[in-house]
Design a binder for this molecule. Structure first.
Ligand code: NAD
Length: 484
């Protein structure tokens, strides 16, 4: 049997082919044992009218090898083209996006010499579920989905990663002072899972001030776990803080498959010029080698790369007069790394990779979970209406209320505007009308909701959507309007 590990490789678009060639040259020169299956993704596939940017035969390769080394691709704007990155992450269940951001000071001049952190970004949920609607003339919405298993997977992975990589602290960024239910869930699971890791320090920050701290005192952070959107934004910020977005690699980890890529895009303006920095993809390949149990090769490549950086051989994006010794092209940089295979850095921290594979939810079966006692206690009915004021709407709706229900309040953009609203509150054409049981807290039926909707429709209103209001084991699963 071959001792080579099968992997799937895509050369991508823009600078992709150049940096992938250098990356493969370096890791193969270091002794990586790989059986490479090549697939085509991105621009050429989109141009054939395939809106996903990937052929079905390529999925077969990915499901066979389960390891994907991917160069960046160019996503065409508009035209119904889907982001292949988001599709791949979600289809293959790659829930953890691991993005180490490290200072290489004094060899790369940056403001924060002490930086050595890992952004652990949730990769499948949040606003990236892509459930968006235009609801009225004036209002659009994007659903933010945060689930308990999705949160637990990434948070558990963050703690396991910290433990395996000798990291001391895991920090959670959330915005649960505003999004009490969604970010509140993420925060609660962080606290619960964290209790299982007494050896690791834990802390939580509200994401806004946390981001400000991260950008000005990165030495305070070690592993930082967060939801998808916050992680997307802040990992670019921290990658750029290391000196160039071209330096950072990332791993996208699932229980059954993994994908490794640079965090930057295809930088089309730099394509074909031999100026791109291949480091991001090379360091992603290092993470891949560790993942496929070739940690010795991973360490060898990473240390040769660190030595190259120490020797001042720098690509254009990180070249600084007085610090750098030689401005290298993409290919020449790769050759310099190959020349240094077997060498170690003398100032920067030496890399050493041990096997680390963690499965957090391989056999998760949501049907077997204990269910909460769920009671429907009301309904929010959303209307597209532009004929008058909040008070006028309240008066009209009062005459539609069915037996056993009461109209509790109306809000506009989340602020209560009826009863007792203020004329000063700016309103748009999108109204949330809350109906609950006439007897406070009592359960209502779906038939009552349907009857209420029928009456509202008969009165000539345009219903956009409804949201049931439920309690779970007696705890309300809905927020109050501001001012309610
Ligand atoms: P980008 O990351 O491609 O480039 C932004 C700028 O960063 C470049 O102009 C360049 O100055 C610098 N840069 C990036 N990588 C570099 C490298 N390796 N060496 C030196 N400098 C580098 O971002 P963009 O311009 O917003 O996006 C270009 C295309 O890439 C878009 O089509 C976008 O959809 C796509 N994209 C793909 C991925 C991916 O495949 N994972 C990720 C992000 C963006």
């Amino acid at each position: 049997m071959s001792d080579k590990t099968p992997i799937t490789v895509a050369y991508g678009d823009g600078i992709g082919p150049e940096i992938m060639k250098v990356t493969l040259d370096v890791i193969q020169a270091a002794g990586a044992k790989l059986e490479i299956e090549e697939i085509e993704i991105g621009e050429k596939v989109y141009a054939r009218g395939n809106t996903a940017g990937i052929e079905s035969s390529s999925w077969e390769s990915l499901l066979r090898t389960r390891v994907f080394l991917k160069a960046p691709i160019t996503t065409p704007q508009g035209g119904g083209f889907k982001s292949l990155n988001v599709t791949t992450r979600k289809t293959l269940g790659l829930y953890a996006n691991v993005r180490p951001c490290v200072s290489y000071y004094p060899f790369i001049d940056i403001k924060y010499p002490e930086m050595d952190l890992v952004i652990m970004r949730e990769n499948e949920e949040d606003t990236y579920a892509g459930i968006e609607h235009r609801q009225t003339d004036q209002v659009t919405q994007c659903l933010k989905l945060i689930t308990s298993p999705g949160s637990e997977k990434i948070i558990r992975y963050a703690f396991e990663y910290a433990r395996a990589n000798n990291r001391k602290k895991v920090t959670c960024f959330v915005k649960d002072n505003i999004m009490k239910i969604t970010d509140g869930l993420f925060h609660r699971i962080f606290n619960e899972v964290g209790e299982e890791y007494p050896d690791i320090e834990k802390e939580s920050w509200i994401v806004d001030i946390g981001a400000a701290k991260l950008a000005t005192a990165p030495e305070l952070f070690d592993v930082v776990v967060m939801e998808n959107l916050y992680g997307d934004i802040l990992s670019d910020v921290t990658a750029q803080m290391t000196g160039s977005v071209g330096l950072a690699g990332s791993a996208n980890i699932g229980d059954r498959c993994a994908m490794f890529e640079a965090i930057h895009g295809s930088a089309p303006r730099h394509a074909g010029k031999n100026t791109a920095n291949p480091s991001g993809l090379l360091l992603a390949a290092v993470m891949m080698l560790a993942h496929i149990n070739q940690g010795d090769v991973a360490s060898k490549v990473h240390n040769a790369w660190l030595k190259t950086i120490e020797d001042g051989i720098h690509t254009k994006d990180i070249y600084r007069e007085g610090i750098s010794k030689l401005k290298a092209g993409t290919r020449e940089f790769g050759e310099a790394v190959i020349e240094r295979l077997g060498q170690k850095p003398s100032t920067l921290k030496e890399a050493s990779y041990k096997p680390f594979n963690v499965k957090t939810f391989d056999h998760y079966d949501y049907r077997k979970l204990k269910r909460a006692e769920k009671k429907t206690v009301g309904v929010d009915i959303f209307l597209h209406w532009y004929h008058g004021t909040a008070n006028e709407l309240g008066e009209k709706l009062k005459s539609t209320v069915t037996d056993g229900l009461k109209l509790v309040m109306i809000s506009n953009r989340g602020v209560k505007v009826w009863p007792g609203g203020l004329e000063e509150t700016f309103c748009v054409d999108h109204w949330r009308c809350r109906f609950q049981s006439a007897n406070d807290g009592e359960e209502i039926t779906h038939n009552q909701i349907i009857a209420q909707m029928q009456k509202i429709t008969d009165a000539g209103f345009d219903i956009i959507k409804t949201e049931n209001l439920c309690t779970f084991d007696g705890v309300p699963g809905f927020s109050l309007a501001q001012g309610q």
